[in-house]
Ligand binder design. Structure first.
Ligand code: ZN
Length: 286
């Protein structure tokens, strides 16, 4: 790719004393600036090519899954195309006053087409677990929002009855045997592990806390059997043991709370990663 002047657009340059001098307007570029300029040009050209690989999508009727080349478009563009298409298709469907069962089935077919695009998108970069997590969460949203739609039938008196999708109709990725939840959790675990690897101190702390809960549970169990050893009518004896159990139960709650706090940190990290990726990748949330 040739260096293009950012001021006048000329590609005619002459090297002078280690500088690139634009013959159109005289602007001088250092080697570093020229390299940066070329890298930016390459990036812009790639983004353009990817955008072109996805057909235009101004409304639901533009949706043409066959017109999308997932590999050429790249995972981001494919994800955004399928998600935008689904948002439009679902919005159109919801505008219908009394959609028929046939219309609902067509919507489900479109949902499956979106799911196929998303699954293909995830496969373009199988080692990118964060991207796959985002994509399969989108798949789950599409499936559940499709399943949540209704169609209408008129009874003999002309009254409209609302009906759900037939239970036998599955909204899933064609050919994919794993459930959305298992795909999501598999990719999520990899991201979680990335956080844990970077925070060995917290991992150790959690292990200590878990050991602590076992020790506390042991003490609690001893007290429980002690309480049982009092006869059925020995209310005061049982009460006395119960009073000694209370602080131990509180201790257990405290330690469990500390474990949850640590687990929440991991969740927060994953959510933060998804939020960052979500700045230019559509995340569905119906
Ligand atoms: Zn110039």
């Amino acid at each position: 790719m040739a260096l293009t002047c950012e001021l006048c657009g000329s590609t005619d340059f002459v090297k002078d004393n280690g500088l690139f001098v634009c013959q159109g307007c005289g602007t001088k570029y250092t080697l570093e600036e020229a390299q940066r300029q070329i890298a930016a040009q390459k990036q812009a050209a790639q983004a353009e090519a990817q955008a072109q690989a996805a057909p235009t999508l101004n409304n639901a009727s533009d949706f043409t899954p066959a017109g999308l080349d997932v590999n050429a478009a790249g995972a981001k563009e494919a994800n955004n195309y399928a998600c935008r298409a689904w948002q439009m298709l679902l919005a159109e469907y919801k505008k219908l006053e009394h959609p028929t069962e046939a219309q609902q089935k067509l919507l489900v077919t479109h949902a499956q087409e979106c799911l196929t695009i998303l699954d293909d998108a995830a496969r373009t970069d199988p080692n990118n677990d964060l991207l796959s997590l985002l994509i399969y969460e989108n798949c789950k949203e599409i499936a559940s929002s499709a399943k949540g739609t209704y169609h209408y039938v008129q009874d003999s008196e002309g009254n409209w009855k609302r009906k759900s999708l037939d239970f036998s109709v599955k909204v899933e990725i064609p050919g994919q045997r794993e459930s959305f939840d298992s795909l999501i959790s598999a990719h999520r675990k990899v991201i979680e592990q990335r956080y844990l690897d970077a925070h060995p101190d917290e991992v150790l702390q959690r292990e200590r806390l878990v050991a602590q809960t076992e020790e506390i549970n042991g003490r609690l169990n001893e007290l429980k059997s002690e309480k049982k050893s009092h006869g059925f009518f020995d209310f005061s004896g049982k009460r006395e043991v119960k009073d000694r159990m209370k602080p131990v139960e509180q201790e257990l709650r405290d330690v469990r709370g500390q474990i949850s706090d640590l687990d929440r940190k991991v969740d927060k990290y994953v959510d933060q990663c998804l939020r960052e990726l979500g700045q230019d990748h559509i995340r569905l949330d119906f």
